[in-house]
Design a protein around this ligand. Structure first.
Ligand code: ADP
Ligand code: MG
Length: 601
């Protein structure tokens, strides 16, 4: 092919690909325009996850009739005019690309009236072609309707995920903007059904109630360092009490100068602030706003990216960590104080010492200048497929690998000797000493029983006498709708109870005695943790999660009988030497090794 210029139509579609990747990108751009226009109310109506149509209505400034056609040209903006403006841009958009991009890959209708004009305009574009432009009466503000998205870009259309996945992307996006703009009323519906709305009361806590439900929002603690003198990095918002956790980091939400950002180092600062208050592999929730003078950060990164560059990232890290830690410690002091008061104790010197100590701990911040690539002890290898071989130090046995037995090597009969550290069972076998991790071992036992029941289609299900109402986030609601069948297959029966509330009717029998709200949240986090192509691998993953929840915990005192029963069940397992997540269930010390260690050889 000789060198030639691309047709304007093709060039514009290629450029559009940068801005409009999926329906949620359209929602993002239209929403940002509405917010930039000073809207106090934004209504978003989505049909079929945005494939059929996306409608965003706002009561903002509107577009003057004389300018409205220009708004759809590439590089047309009312938000900056010079390079200097760029350095202190405070609007969400400024490139003048979004409307042109969206219009080039859809059918777009715009109805708008500027607040100070009498008459409004209606424009219709089909793949960038203007097909209608007339004056009409309209309320002040703007209504954009985008239909047939990607109708002329079949490659993109094919790339779109299921309706529910696209819906979830939109839900996640809108909830973030709602947190960033508590003074704006948001209304989001899917296929005519309300998914989420806020009241524009200016209170972030009200927004969090709308997102998480009142029950969860009650366990969120306000944090702020606004009152500190000479403060250049203002941190404010809400963090969860240590008892409210999630299995992943998805609910750690951050905004920098009103923009949602993704930043591993800030997330790490928050997690560090909880240190020793959280269980391993549990993460807090938060919605934190960070405000910095504009010159402290670079916003000119790509608009589709959610990263941010801080001039002084260490200072931000420390401010976040300290603010969160102080709030958590302050809460702890409050709780201890009110406990004492309830017991009629006035508080002596010892209590004051303890308080002083706690306050010191609040200041004891950890500020690594770099975040480790993998947080020690927080990341775990997932997937039984990469199962590690059990640690087996017995050199005398025929090894499967060097010095290791295959995870499926059978167990000899073991005699329970006792429990140490309320975590490990000490047992003896013909070949020496075994230390068994009670949690990992129980996980393995439950996993094999569960999978066996699933295969034999005889799953033990516990029907709840009193169905348990559970309030969920809009994202979780979409997830349940999408995975309802999968959840039912493993024993979770959830029934919609209006709004974002579900009734939990049944659970797998192994979970009968667990904290079921926590279980549901964990299970949903697991499902949300990535796209899994195979239904069977989804199922196994879900079952692994359930078993982890149901298994005996470290720290639980076991009777000899209970230990014997557990070991007996472990002996029956196909792969007794690893837990379903691939970690070892036991350490084996052979007679030879013991003898060697004691210098008997
Ligand atoms: P940008 O937001 O980067 O300026 P866009 O292509 O998104 O570029 O929008 C172009 C222009 O159209 C904006 O600068 C603004 O003047 C106008 N505009 C778009 N949407 C709205 C809206 N909802 N209300 C008022 N004006 C709008
Ligand atoms: Mg814009």
């Amino acid at each position: 092919m000789p060198i030639h210029l691309l047709s304007p139509e093709l060039a514009s579609q290629i450029a559009a690909g940068e801005v409009v990747e999926r329906p949620a990108s359209v929602v993002k751009e239209l929403l940002e325009n509405a917010l930039d226009a000073g809207a106090g109310q934004v209504r978003i109506e989505v049909v079929e996850g945005g494939r059929a149509s996306i409608r965003v209505a706002d009561n903002g400034a509107g577009i003057p009739a004389a300018e409205v056609q220009l708004a759809f040209e590439r590089h047309a903006t009312s938000k900056i005019d010079s390079v200097d403006d760029l350095a202190r841009v405070s609007s969400l958009g400024f490139r003048g690309e979004a409307l042109a991009s969206i219009a080039s890959v859809s059918h777009l209708t715009c109805v708008t009236r500027a607040r100070d004009e009498e008459v409004g305009s209606r424009l219709r574009l089909e793949g960038s072609q203007l097909v209608e432009h007339k004056s009409i009466g309209a309320p002040a503000g703007t209504l954009m309707t985008v239909e047939h998205l990607f109708y002329n870009v079949p490659a993109r259309l094919k790339f779109l995920k299921s309706v529910s996945t696209e819906r979830r992307h939109i839900d996640t996006l809108v909830t973030r903007y709602a947190m960033a703009y508590p003074d704006v009323r948001f209304h989001l519906s899917h296929d005519g059904r309300l998914a989420f709305q806020t009241h524009g009361s200016s209170s972030l806590h009200d927004v969090l109630i709308a997102i998480y439900g009142a029950e969860t929002a009650q366990q969120l603690l306000p944090v702020s360092n606004r009152d500190e003198p000479d403060n250049t990095c203002v941190v404010s918002g809400y963090v969860s009490l240590p008892a409210l956790t999630r299995a992943n980091r998805n609910e750690l939400t951050f905004f920098v100068n009103g923009r949602w950002v993704q930043d591993r180092s800030i997330a790490y600062a928050v997690i560090q602030a909880y240190h020793t208050m959280l269980q391993v592999n549990r993460y807090p929730l938060c919605s934190l706003h960070i405000e910095l003078p504009p010159e402290e950060l670079d916003v000119n990164v790509h608009p589709a990216k959610s990263e941010v560059r801080f001039r002084n990232s260490d200072a931000v890290f420390r401010a976040v960590q300290k603010t969160v830690r102080q709030a958590l410690i302050g809460e702890q002091i409050e709780i201890e104080r009110s406990d004492r008061e309830r017991e009629g104790d006035r508080g002596g010197d010892r209590d004051r010492d303890r308080e002083r100590q706690l306050r010191l701990r609040a200041l004891d911040v950890y500020a690594p200048s770099r975040v480790p690539a993998v947080e020690p002890g927080l990341e775990q290898a997932a997937g039984g497929s990469q199962a590690l071989p059990a640690v087996d130090l017995d050199a005398g046995r025929p090894p499967a690998g060097p010095g290791a037995l295959s995870p499926t090597a059978a167990l000899p009969p073991l005699r329970v000797v006792g429990q140490i550290d309320t975590t490990y069972i000490v047992a003896e076998g013909p070949a020496g000493l075994y230390l068994v991790d009670q949690h990992a071992a129980h996980e393995r036992v439950l996993y094999e029983q569960f999978m066996g029941q699933l295969e034999g289609m005889q799953l033990a299900v516990q029907h709840l006498l009193n169905p348990l109402p559970i309030e969920l986030t809009p994202i979780a609601v979409s997830l349940i709708e999408e995975k309802r069948e999968l959840l039912a297959r493993v024993g979770f029966e959830l029934e919609s109870f209006g709004g974002n509330t579900f009734l939990l009717r049944s659970v797998p029998a192994v979970l009968a005695r667990s904290d079921l709200r926590q279980v549901i949240n964990d299970v949903l986090a697991e499902l949300d943790a990535g796209e899994m192509p195979l239904a069977s691998s989804q199922e196994a993953r879900l079952v692994r999660r359930v078993c982890k929840q149901a298994a005996i915990k470290a720290g639980q005192v076991l009777s000899t009988q209970e230990m014997q029963e557990l070991i007996r069940q472990l002996e029956k397992c196909v792969a007794p030497r690893t837990c379903p997540h691939g970690r070892p269930t036991m350490i084996h010390l052979s007679h030879e090794q013991l003898a060697r260690q004691f210098g008997r050889h």
